[in-house]
Design a binder for this molecule. Structure first.
Ligand code: UD1
Ligand code: CA
Length: 455
């Protein structure tokens, strides 16, 4: 896209969101609204990528520390035309066109902008506005055409007559403008309207006086929808979810009940994996090929290797499953958990910051934290690593082929040598030598006729 800059407007407060968080930082499929627009804009390799910020500018800039962005400050938010005017100095050295986008319109696709630019150049106009048809046009600027179908102006809802409000063709808030002509046109826009703001859509009326305006109608009304309130945010969340699901279905993933699942925009799922109902796959998650993710699993920032089975109601965060693992149901894997190949973690087990060696099993009701566990270990039901002494966390080291009886406590720091056996109910406080049997419980005694003597 030689000779084309992209300018994104993101200075407004987003009053209608009723939120302490700036509107453009509200997440959609796990990524801030503005992040979606930036990712798409970058794919076009613009000559410059500029963002206008004002309300909570520092917070927005901090969320996008990328060096390729040019930040523009609009100290007072006097309207969208004023926002563009604030950006003129940052674009002054460029020629060609600028594509103007909104930070609150997250689903715009790069192809639309390519088509818009081509259309703009073909028509030889100075400004092209992208319009769409919204059956419920509420909140959008309406596109007013003359009897011959020519574009006359865009009228904001608050300034529109009842007849104009009935128009369903609306302004998408996306424009392509010749940079050379933009400053003069902006200077002719006044704030004479219901909101006393400088409206960017007034470019249409201003440029029309020079016969320099064009319209580009686009059919994908869902993809051009803006987010002004939480209801629209939820609507677009559903639209994007459908798009993400469709993408992964095309890659060979089965969703048994796609509408009940939620996917982050950057979640990756391998071919022939099956996602059961009500699954959440959060950001930075990679599911390998041929996995099965059971119902109601919540998986975030985790890597699941090929052929894993994560059974229902398991929560994984920051976990790595190296392959062919079985987890759950009702397992909780916390950050720093690594399951080597074929390791298994069963129901009601919590694992934190621990490495579970190949083929080892922690199958029932256990807590394993800060532990390095070797291969082929069998951890009995109810085993607990006591990793916290009230002040510090300590390590537990378990060798290869260890057998740990049920209801064992391993009081860290402690080491269990290769091939050791720990009797059920043992509290391990000292190093267990390799191949040894450790038992700490007191011998069982029988007191005869106990019940009779009590009577
Ligand atoms: C705007 C358009 C409307 C269009 C709709 C499409 C205007 C006046 N109206 O309405 O015709 O149908 O988008 O979604 O432009 N912003 C600034 N500085 C400001 C004001 C706004 O940077 O002073 C930014 C906002 O942060 C936002 C974008 O501009 O990202 C659009 O502003 P918003 O208030 O959402 O405009 P709409 O009412 O949606
Ligand atoms: Ca808007």
């Amino acid at each position: 896209m030689t000779d084309c800059a992209i300018l994104i407007l993101a200075a407004g407060q987003g009053t209608r969101m009723r939120s302490a968080l700036p509107k453009v930082l509200h997440p959609l499929a796990g990524r801030p609204l503005l992040g979606h627009v930036l990712a798409m804009a970058r794919s076009l390799q613009p000559a410059r990528l500029a963002v206008v910020v004002g309300h909570q500018a520092e917070r927005i800039q901090a969320a996008f520390p990328d060096p390729d962005l040019t930040w523009v400050h609009q100290a007072e938010q006097l309207g969208t035309a004023h926002a563009v005017r604030s950006a003129l100095p940052a674009l002054a050295d460029l020629s060609g066109e600028v594509l103007i986008l909104s930070g609150d319109t997250p689903l715009v696709e790069a192809d639309l902008l390519r088509d818009l630019l081509a259309h703009h150049r073909r028509e030889g106009v100075g400004v092209t506005v992208v319009s769409m048809t919204q059956t419920v046009p509420m909140g959008y600027g309406r596109v007013v055409r003359d009897a011959a179908g020519g574009l006359v102006r865009v009228v904001e809802e608050k300034d529109a007559t009842a007849a104009e409000r009935a128009i369903t063709e609306v302004n998408s808030g996306i424009y392509c403008v010749d940079l050379a002509r933009l400053p003069a046109w902006l200077s002719r826009i006044a704030a004479e309207n219901a909101q006393k703001e400088f409206y960017l859509p007034d470019l249409v009326s201003v440029a029309r006086q020079e016969g320099a305006v064009g319209l580009f109608h686009h059919a994908d009304a869902q993809g051009l929808a803006g987010v002004n309130d939480r209801r629209q945010l939820a609507t677009l969340e559903a639209v994007l979810r459908d798009r993400l699901v469709a993408h992964w279905q095309r890659q060979g993933v089965t969703f048994i009940d796609p509408h009940s699942c939620w996917l982050a925009v950057d979640a990756v799922i391998g071919q022939d994996s099956v996602i059961e109902p009500h699954v959440i796959l959060g950001g930075e998650t990679v599911i390998g090929e041929g996995c099965r993710i059971g119902p109601f699993c919540d998986i975030r920032q985790s890597q699941i290797g090929a052929g894993c089975q994560v059974k229902g109601f398991s929560h994984l965060e920051g976990a790595v499953l190296e392959g062919a693992n079985e987890v759950g149901p009702y397992a909780r894997l916390r950050p720093g958990t690594v399951l080597a190949e074929r390791a298994r973690v069963g129901n009601f087990c919590e694992i934190k910051k621990s490495h579970i060696g190949a083929g080892s099993k922690v199958n029932h009701l256990s807590y394993i934290g800060d532990t390095q566990m070797g291969k082929g270990v069998n951890v009995g039901a109810g085993t607990i690593t006591c990793n916290y002494d009230g002040r510090h966390k300590h390590q537990t080291l378990i060798g290869d082929g260890v057998f740990i009886g049920s209801d064992t406590q391993l009081v860290a720091p402690v080491r269990v040598g290769d091939g050791a056996v720990i009797g059920a109910g043992t509290t391990v406080t000292k190093e267990v030598p390799a191949q040894a049997l450790a038992v700490s419980r007191s011998p069982q005694i029988h007191i005869a006729d106990w019940k009779k003597n009590k009577e």
